[in-house]
Design a protein around this ligand. Structure first.
Ligand SMILES: Nc1ncnc2c1ncn2[C@@H]1O[C@H](COP(=O)(O)OP(=O)(O)OP(=O)(O)O)[C@@H](O)[C@H]1O
Ligand SMILES: [Mg+2]
Length: 221
């Protein structure tokens, strides 16, 4: 079963001579529960594609359907709800809030939504990500790998069916990178989530069910 369908997606940034075709006709289906790695040179359109799948950016042409929802049909408020409930984002630079503790960072998106955390689930992911001892610490007190584990817990807290990760191991040494990747795979398997991950690391890409290579805004086959 497909959980993400991308059809004929096009996106150009800028106008006239400085226009860049970031996406030049992308078609892609992602199977529910699968792990897809997106690879390709810098500037090939990987982040642009991931942002479209997460409803963070809108295409010029084409459509994105996630978990039965056509994103083009959603109003701004509905898109915000979609992002909150359906996708968890993990970034290369962690994007944690420095003045909040680990616990507060993880619960921040839920608190913004006025939603309560599922306490049992919270404990479960904290345990899985080995953050139990660090809940009252601040992000700068953790290693890079530790900070990324917090970002993963934050992405998981709302139990989204889809996790979109943009070079999540890019700022980590190879050992913490492998560790973080293992945890992302474990959580995806445990919670039957679909994982789409951009990576420059071919070793990591090889652990995916499927590798999608991008070049100049297109998918190479
Ligand atoms: N908001 C934007 N405004 C203008 N140009 C943009 C914008 N976002 C992306 N681009 C351009 O679109 C192209 C694709 O960018 P994108 O960030 O998707 O590439 P990428 O494959 O993720 O690269 P990297 O590996 O460096 O992260 C690049 O030429 C980039 O400069
Ligand atoms: Mg990118």
């Amino acid at each position: 079963m497909e959980i993400i369908t991308v059809r004929h997606l096009r996106k150009t940034f800028g106008k006239g001579e400085s226009a860049v075709k970031a996406l030049d006709g992308i078609d892609l289906s992602v199977e529910k529960g699968s792990f897809t790695a997106i690879i390709g040179a810098s500037g090939s359109g990987k982040t642009t594609l991931l942002n479209m799948m997460g409803g963070l950016d809108t295409p010029d042409e084409g459509e994105v359907i996630v978990d039965g929802r056509n994103l083009a049909g959603l109003k701004e408020k509905e898109l915000a709800l979609f992002r909150r409930n359906k996708v968890g984002f993990v970034y290369q630079n962690f994007h944690l809030i420095p003045t909040l503790t680990v616990r507060e960072n993880i619960l921040f998106p839920l608190s913004l939504a006025g939603a309560c955390a599922d306490r049992v689930f919270f404990r479960e992911i904290i345990q899985m990500l080995r953050l139990g001892e660090r809940l009252d610490a601040y992000p700068h007190e953790l290693s890079g790998g530790g900070q990324q584990r917090v970002a993963i817990a934050r992405a998981l807290a709302a139990k989204p069916p889809v996790i979109l990760a943009d070079e999540p191991t890019g700022n980590l040494d190879s050992k913490s990178g492998q560790n973080v990747l293992g945890l992302l795979k474990l959580s995806a398997e445990t919670y039957r989530q679909t994982l789409v991950m951009i990576t420059h690391n071919l070793e990591i890409a090889q652990m995916a069910d499927r590798v999608v290579r991008m070049e100049d805004g297109r998918i190479c086959t």
